[in-house]
Design a protein around this ligand. Structure first.
Ligand code: SF4
Ligand code: SF4
Ligand SMILES: [Zn+2]
Length: 159
C-alpha cells in the first residue's frame, strides 16, 4: 500500500548494485519500516536474501575488485542470467542490459537515464520497479506487457 512506502526521491550511483539492480527503485528501499539501505549499504535492515545474495558475495567479484559484474570474465554467468530472466519477465527490467549500459556510458550517465526511464508519465514522480502502479498517482504503465505483477522485494537470490 502506498501509505507504507514513500516515493522514490532521487537516484544515486551508490544505489546501483553489482548485478545492475537499481536499489533506489526497489520496494525494500522505499518501504517506511525497516528500510533497506540498498545492496551497497550495511546489512542491517537488508532482507536475508540480499544479505546472502550469491552475486553480491561472488568470489569472482571480490577477486576482481570490480564494482559491477560486467567487468567479470564470466559475465553474464548463470546466476546473473537467471536473475535477469526473472526481472525481465516479472518487472520489465533487465539487469544485463543495465550492466551493458553502465559499461558503455558510465554509471553517472546511466543514473541520469534511469531518472528519465522510471519517471511516471502522468505525474512526474519516480516509479517503484516492483509495483504495477505509480506510488504517487496510481497510473499503471506498460511494464512487462501481459505479465506485470506486484512484487514485494527484489529477491536477488536468483541462482
Ligand atoms: S532489498 Fe535488495 S534489491 Fe532491494 S534495496 Fe535492498 S539490497 Fe537492494
Ligand atoms: S557475472 Fe557472475 S561470476 Fe561474474 S562477478 Fe557477477 S555474479 Fe560473479
Ligand atoms: Zn504517477
Amino acid at each position: 500500500m502506498a501509505s507504507e512506502m514513500h516515493l522514490p526521491e532521487s537516484l544515486d550511483v551508490a544505489l546501483i548494485a553489482p548485478c545492475g539492480m537499481n536499489c533506489g527503485l526497489c520496494s525494500g528501499y522505499l518501504r517506511d519500516k525497516k528500510r533497506c539501505p540498498g545492496c551497497n549499504g550495511e546489512d542491517e535492515n537488508k532482507p536475508k536474501y540480499c544479505v546472502v545474495c550469491r552475486i553480491k558475495n561472488c568470489e569472482e567479484l571480490a577477486a576482481s575488485e570490480a564494482t559491477f559484474c560486467y567487468a567479470c570474465a564470466k559475465f553474464p554467468c548463470l546466476r546473473l542470467r537467471q536473475l535477469d530472466k526473472r526481472y525481465r519477465t516479472k518487472y520489465g527490467m533487465s539487469m544485463i542490459e543495465n550492466l551493458e549500459m553502465i559499461h558503455e556510458i558510465g554509471v553517472d550517465e546511466f543514473v541520469t537515464r534511469q531518472k528519465k526511464r522510471w519517471t511516471c508519465p502522468e505525474c512526474g514522480s519516480l516509479i517503484c520497479v516492483h509495483k504495477v502502479g505509480c506510488l504517487a498517482c496510481g497510473h499503471v504503465w506498460n511494464q512487462a506487457p501481459g505479465k506485470a505483477k506486484e512484487g514485494n522485494h527484489a529477491g536477488r537470490d536468483g541462482g
